[in-house]
Ligand binder design. Structure first.
Ligand code: MG
Length: 377
């Protein structure tokens, strides 16, 4: 049942979906992508996003973004863009909610540490891990492992993939080998992700005091909106001033994205989602001007926030915790909670499989659980 009105012919839809791995009857009052979204919301990996670091470690303050609130902000921006372009809002929403499921505790620092530990065993990458969670690791349904999501949702979750990995992924990996594009819904979530994190990191960065308004005025995205708001409301308190500035930044980016993409789609004139996939370049894009502004903000945040010594300190700590946990479980697999009663089974597992089990377990931990577990061991 397609509940989305005014869907463009090249949008993802129930009619053109490539379906699920294990065939299921259609839901009664939902579209197939609404069902996918509901399965994500009910997944335990989704709930754990609440206690996973985006930039600031969760317990540093209740006001900062976590992976969960980040994912909700991505979904909000993605739905607006999807609706404006007559694309499938439900699909954009589910990809947004699922896009960061595979992140380790402690953000990118955690992923880098786990990847180092997993080097001899095929590596670790959060994007592939998100797919692994929805395809294999969630144990909820009677007749299959994973969530049995539609091809389009899985296609959107797998944002990037190296060619050697893509070969192992069957139909889903094909586009990386052929140089094709994903659906427009997947393309727009990709950009909604950067709009969300650039803007909320400005907000969190200012709140934490690690960056200042003066520094941000060096960027062409922040400066004009900031001075405009200041001019209109000279006595506005700082909290409102920042919010009024950021909402204008998000709006400028989203409006530019919709306008530029609508023109690109019109020029290309796709008739079907497969025309979108076979087109040589993405059709969801910023204008040259906004692309440059967005990159400038990205660089600003990298230089002034992500590489700030206070954020870097967390990186060092995360590295020690993640590597410590990995080593401890590899040395004594009986410490793994879910294999305690399966000693016999454990003897049949080779080192490669054990390493993947350990990586799945450590990656699934929330920040605080990882810290507690590290102290317990
Ligand atoms: Mg993200």
């Amino acid at each position: 049942m397609d509940t989305t009105i005014n869907l463009a012919p090249y949008a993802a839809s129930d009619q053109t979906s490539r379906g699920r791995l294990y065939p299921e009857s259609d839901p009664e009052y939902r579209s197939c992508y609404q069902r996918d979204r509901d399965r994500i919301v009910h997944a335990s990996a989704f709930r754990r996003l609440e206690y996973k670091t985006q930039v600031f470690v969760n317990h540093e303050g209740d006001m900062f973004r976590t992976r969960l609130t980040h994912s909700l902000e991505v979904a909000q921006i993605a739905r607006t863009i999807a609706r404006a372009l007559n694309l499938n809002e439900d699909l954009a929403e589910v990809i947004s909610l699922a896009h960061d499921l595979g992140h380790t505790p402690f953000g990118h620092a955690g992923q880098d540490a786990l990847n180092e530990c997993m080097k001899p065993y095929g590596g670790f990458e959060h994007n592939l891990q998100s797919l692994r969670i929805v395809d294999v690791l969630e144990e909820k349904y009677a007749s299959f492992d994973g969530l049995n999501l539609t091809f389009e949702t899985r296609e959107g979750i797998l944002k990037h993939c190296k060619k050697n990995k893509a070969k192992e992924l069957g139909e889903l990996g094909q586009r990386f080998l052929k140089g094709e594009q994903p659906s427009l819904e997947a393309q727009l979530v990709n950009i909604a992700d950067t709009i969300a994190y650039n803007n909320h990191d400005v907000d969190d960065g200012l709140r934490s005091g690690l960056i200042t308004e003066e520094q941000l005025c060096e960027t062409s995205l922040f400066e004009p909106h900031y001075h405009h708001v200041k001019k209109c409301w000279p006595d506005l308190d700082k909290k409102r001033l920042i919010h009024e500035t950021i909402r204008r930044m998000i709006n400028e980016l989203a409006v530019d994205l919709v306008t530029t993409s609508a023109t690109a789609i019109k020029q290309t004139d796709p008739q079907h989602i497969d025309d979108v996939r076979q087109h040589q370049a993405p059709l969801i894009l910023f204008s040259e001007k906004l692309h440059t502004k967005n990159l400038e903000m990205k660089r600003f945040l990298r230089d002034h926030l992500y590489q700030h010594y206070k954020v870097h300190r967390m990186t060092v700590r995360a590295d020690r915790i993640v590597k410590g946990l990995f080593e401890a479980f590899m040395k004594d697999p009986l410490l793994l909670p879910h294999v305690k009663d399966q000693r016999k089974q454990l003897r049949q597992v080779d080192e490669q499989q054990l390493a993947r089990q350990v990586a799945d377990y450590v990656a699934g931990m929330t920040d605080r659980y990882a810290i507690d577990e590290y102290e317990r061991l």
